[in-house]
Design a protein around this ligand. Sequence first.
Ligand code: ZN
Length: 97
Amino acid sequence: MAHQPERTCVGCKRIRKKSTLLRVAKLCDGEVAVDIAQKLGGRGAYVCPIWECIVAAQGRRGFEASLKKRLSTIVCEELLKHAPLVTGNWWKPTRKR
Ligand SMILES: [Zn+2]
């Protein structure tokens, strides 16, 4: 089986398969965009597609730490649109502590 690339969620800091995460990219003009296809160039940050992680990443400056830029409210809202309203079982915690 092919190795699946993994990335760390900037919200919960758990490592997950890249394909299950949402990507946010910092474009060359300094703007930050939601990168659903994960094809945009530039520095990227990954977050689980759930409200908890998106809100946590924004609140704890996870995006800021990765992208050197805080997400605008517009980008944050767009990201939330891609997050299921209800947290599924798939992200059963593998707690760090
Ligand atoms: Zn997460």
